[in-house]
Write a protein that binds this ligand. Structure first.
Ligand code: FES
Ligand SMILES: [Fe+2]
Length: 373
């Protein structure tokens, strides 16, 4: 079954430092894109396919800010227009151009818009300001997973899997016993798990300097279409404000390469031990273990099963559900509705997220399972 992608959306294409003056290729929603920085350091995104005979422009050369195709030497400027034909009388056919895409650099990431350029509104990029906020220390990376991106959305919007897939690291009885609440405002969805008065998962207990006593543990996941998630997660002594515990924002942004593979941009923006670089390695190592060695093999195994057996994707009417699937289901339905609305020419509804700064000023997070809105 061919899946449609949402076109009128910002896709996280790369971390800012992945794109330099060198030509860089990344395929997003099935289209090969060429990235580079111009002489002013501004990111440029062009369709990577030469309109003449489909050579990848990324194999070509830079002539200043102009790209020369490696095959027959046509040259394209930053707007994608062909500006030089070295052959014959040098005439340039009218349609000889490659699309250029709007790109925004925000939260240390490059965001590309592959839909109608008139609708490309940067205020729709969800708030990931914790990447640059000095109250946090971030480590980051990107993992390629050979699986459909909504399988990873399912994984993140239902964190009950931590008890099994991340057993002995992130799981605890308190998580299974925790209260789950799913809320939607506009097109933003929260899948929140509030797990009071239980022993911290082993990894969190270690981060909390071997606290060893019951804590309140929270895992609040915010989702925006197509698959931009931010986890507000931590532990604190029972009934105490979050500042007395350890916590972080976990970035989980999924960008489909195509129907079978996904770029998973992750970051851990910790609010604890900011000046101790040992925690950079601890967080990066924990994520490499949990996401790279535990979630990734599971997602890839699910993808193989679905390809082999057809199986039940969550969208199928025959699929069977658990109550814990309500978060993933809500995100899938919202995205499906957006894709259908886009196909029928309707306006894109507004997301309902609010600035992280407002969230930090809200101390009532402990006794709520509702989202902060
Ligand atoms: S394929 Fe690019 S110039 Fe011919
Ligand atoms: Fe996981």
């Amino acid at each position: 079954m061919t899946k449609a992608f949402l076109k009128n959306a910002w896709y996280a294409a790369a971390w800012s430092d992945e794109v330099t003056e060198d030509l860089f290729e990344r395929t997003i929603i099935g289209q090969s894109l060429l990235f580079y920085r111009d002489a002013q350091g501004q990111a440029v995104v062009l369709n990577n396919r030469c309109p003449h005979r489909s050579a990848p422009l990324q194999m070509g050369k830079r002539r200043g800010d102009v790209i020369e195709c490696p095959y027959h030497g046509l040259r394209f400027d930053k707007s994608g227009s062909c500006v030089h034909n070295p052959h014959g009388d040098g005439r340039i056919p009218e349609k000889m151009m490659t699309p250029a895409y709007p790109v925004e650099e925000k939260h240390l990431m490059l965001w590309v818009w592959m839909g109608d350029p008139d609708l490309a509104d940067p205020t729709r990029i969800p708030d990931f300001s914790c990447h640059t906020d000095e109250r946090f220390k971030m480590v980051k990376g990107v993992i390629k997973m050979d699986g459909y991106y909504e399988l990873i959305t399912d994984n993140l919007m239902d964190l009950t899997h931590v008890e099994y897939l991340h057993d002995g690291i992130l799981g605890s009885d308190a998580i299974s016993r925790g209260e789950q609440n799913v809320e939607q405002v506009g097109t933003t969805i929260w899948s929140n798990r509030w797990c009071p008065d239980g022993m911290a998962p082993p990894a969190w207990d270690k981060l909390f300097k071997d606290y060893g006593k019951p804590v309140d543990h929270w895992l609040y996941m915010r989702w925006d279409a197509p698959a931009h998630m931010l986890l507000d997660v931590g532990v604190t002594p029972c009934g105490k404000p979050r500042g007395e515990g350890v916590w972080m924002y976990g970035t989980d942004i999924l960008t489909p390469q195509d129907e079978h593979s996904t770029y998973y941009f992750w970051a851990a923006s910790r609010a604890h031990d900011l000046d101790d670089p040992a925690y950079d390695d601890i967080w990066a190592g924990a994520i490499e273990l949990a996401f790279g060695q535990q979630d990734k093999p599971m997602i890839e195994a699910q993808q193989k099963m679905l390809q082999l057996h057809g199986g039940h994707d969550m969208d199928d009417v025959e699929a069977v559900y658990l109550p814990t699937d309500v978060g993933p289901m809500r995100a899938r339905r919202c995205l499906k509705n957006l894709i259908e609305a886009e196909a029928s020419g309707q306006n894109v509804p507004e997301p309902g997220h609010r600035a992280l700064d407002q969230l930090l000023q809200d101390d009532s997070y402990q006794d709520r399972v509702e989202p902060v809105v």
